[in-house]
Design a protein around this ligand. Structure first.
Ligand code: SER
Length: 599
């Protein structure tokens, strides 16, 4: 069964169970500033999972593009990917465990649908932890469906609990379905089953029973109506349906694999090391194409989504380099990605010119960096080789990084080639001292998505606060923030307001913001309990995920807003504020794009 047939069957099956098919959303979340990408099908649906009414009812199904970089270290193995598609069915306060599990089982095993042998299925259920009870109900349901007790594992929070996606929000115990690939476990008979991590068990589907809302105080409140959120992986399920050993052998990857072999001249299947590099390139190039080709797509940069994109492309280039490729080579594999998804995700293929241009530009830039850094390294070499410890001092590795943009991993590789090591703690120390941003911080940005601190985005962030307040002054208190997205080029701000703003209103908002800039107001920050902030009348996002102690930013006498920062110290540095566009975002929500310009 091809992936297209799988997508089609899934939607058809859940339609036959009364679900409305909704379209998948952009990879980049529209109204959730806490995450860089949609990492699960449920993310665009959070407002509905928290109780808002969905116009299409209480049973929904869709296919959602996802990007997850949290598992990046595992990419290269048979099943972990940074880009994947998630099939999902949702009950918004409608059915619960019984229907969810019975339908999962029916879809997986019925010859009319996927026809997977029930003997190959193992499942896990929540063992109970932190006062939340063991999920005997799900275990009993699985037994009644024919899964014998020895193929049902009870696991704790680490394995059988999902969510919330951010700090707060819907979450609950889940039940996961695994396919037994039959691959031998090194522990033999002592294999621990699905939680073993031995590669025998492939997780294909997760049914989450969202019974709780995690509050900002860390409490688990029962939701008034529990929901079901399920996620089935298209790539993994296709792999087993096609009897393949890895996702890379399905039609969702074989053309990319062929293109990478052609571009690198290295044949797949000859060496484990080379194969891993080839797989990482295949994965990363696909993800890069989807980020570049998204409707809300971004280009490589040092902030936010653009930074993740840059890291993925550069890592692919480094893997290519390990395979001996020293020229840009990603365009061919990218063309293969575009071909695979033509007719499925047309937004990507329709941006082919931009994708090729940006990829090649980034490759060239990075190759230059590498060339430059290698040259400097060779110049240092005679001195380094005299060092009896055969260790490159951290401050030199940092100089290569700081002055020539040379990644530490490459310095380590080059050192190894000359029988040396790098003083990594020394490097990290220098890094922290000079950058005020730890290596861990940089990795975290890559993995989870910290706010970025570059100068322009900081300024735009402060301008956003000024504009938020100005909008309330011009339109009324109802004009509250619904979403915010800042790139180094512009701010984008969503707020509640029922109608198009008039030209006059827009000019007034601009004038108010520019006046506050001219007043050169000081910006200060204090931390306080959220209740106190509310008491002071600080603006805060309704329903936003706040820790109990929050940062409150005060801009002179003009604005007071709960926010993580960062902000400029004085509004005098912002330049001139200009609104580019005001348009509808969704029902009752307007969107403004604005910039700061030199005066
Ligand atoms: N949210 C769950 C997951 O991502 C099920 O969709 O696994």
């Amino acid at each position: 069964m091809t992936a297209s047939e799988l997508r089609k069957k899934y939607l058809e099956f859940f339609q036959s169970k009364g679900h409305a098919v909704i379209s998948g959303k952009s990879l980049i979340p529209e109204n959730d500033p806490t995450v860089l990408f949609n990492t699960a099908g449920m993310q665009p649906l959070v407002p509905y999972l928290l109780g808002a009414a969905h116009p299409l009812g209480t049973r929904l199904t869709d296919v959602q593009k996802c990007v997850r970089t949290g598992d990046i270290e595992s990419v290269g193995d048979p099943s972990h990917l940074t880009f994947f598609e998630m099939l999902g069915n949702w009950s918004l306060g409608d059915y619960f465990k019984n229907e969810a599990l019975s339908w999962s089982f029916e879809f997986l095993t019925s010859p009319r649908w996927l026809g997977i042998s029930p003997d190959k299925l193992w499942v896990t259920v929540f063992a109970g932890e932190d006062g939340i009870p063991r999920d005997e109900e799900s275990a009993d349901l699985w037994k009644s469906l024919g899964i014998p007790a020895h193929r049902i594992s009870y696991l704790g929070r680490k394995d059988n609990w999902w969510g919330p996606a951010g700090q707060t929000g819907p979450c609950g115990p889940d039940s996961e379905m695994f396919y037994d690939t039959g691959r031998p476990c090194p522990k033999g008979e002592a294999c621990e089953g699905p939680s073993c991590g031995c590669g025998r068990w492939l997780e294909i589907w997760n049914d989450v029973f969202m019974q709780y809302n995690k509050t900002a105080e860390g409490q688990y409140e029962l939701l008034s109506k529990p929901n079901v959120d399920t996620g089935m992986g298209v790539e993994r399920t296709s792999t087993i349906l096609q009897g393949k050993k890895s996702v890379y052998e399905t039609e969702l990857f074989t053309p990319i694999l062929a293109a990478v072999q052609k571009a690198t001249g290295v044949t797949y299947g000859n060496s484990d090391g080379d194969d891993t590099n080839i797989r990482i390139i295949c994965d990363h190039i696909k993800t890069a194409c989807f980020i570049l080709g998204d409707d809300l797509g971004v280009t490589p940069s040092n902030v936010g989504q653009g930074y993740v994109l840059r890291r993925l492309i550069r890592r692919a280039v480094r893997c290519g380099r390990k395979l001996g490729v020293l020229e840009p080579f990603l365009a061919g594999p990218a063309a293969a990605v575009l071909d695979i998804y033509r007719g499925v995700y047309d937004e990507v293929a329709s941006r082919s010119a931009l994708i090729f241009e940006e990829l090649t530009r980034e490759e060239e830039k990075f190759l230059k960096t590498l060339e430059h850094g290698e040259h400097e390294f060779e110049k240092m070499l005679p001195n380094l080789e005299r060092n009896p410890k055969k260790e490159i001092p951290g401050r030199l590795a940092f100089k290569l990084y700081d002055t020539y943009g040379f990644p530490i991993e490459i310095t380590e590789e080059l050192a190894a080639e000359h029988g040396m090591t790098v003083d990594r703690p020394g490097f990290d120390e220098a890094f922290v001292k000079h950058q005020e941003l730890s290596k861990a911080g940089a990795d975290k940005t890559f993995k989870g998505g910290l706010a970025d601190h570059s100068e322009m985005t900081t300024k735009l962030h402060t301008a956003t606060h000024l504009m938020h307040k100005a909008l309330q002054m011009v339109l009324g208190e109802h004009a509250r923030q619904k979403g915010s997205n800042i790139t180094p080029e512009r701010l984008r701000f969503d707020f509640s307001h029922g109608e198009k703003m008039t030209e006059e209103q827009l000019r007034r908002v601009e004038a108010i913001v520019n006046e506050q800039i001219q007043r050169a107001l000081p910006v200060s920050m204090t931390t306080m309990p959220i209740q106190e902030a509310k008491g002071l009348g600080a603006m805060a996002l309704f329903g936003e995920k706040y820790e109990d102690v929050v940062k409150v930013y005060r801009i002179g006498d003009f604005s007071l807003e709960v926010c993580g920062g960062p902000h400029v110290e004085n509004t005098g540095s912002l330049g001139h504020f200009r609104i580019l566009k005001e348009e509808a975002s969704s029902a009752g929500v307007r969107r403004i794009r604005a910039v700061l310009e030199d005066r």
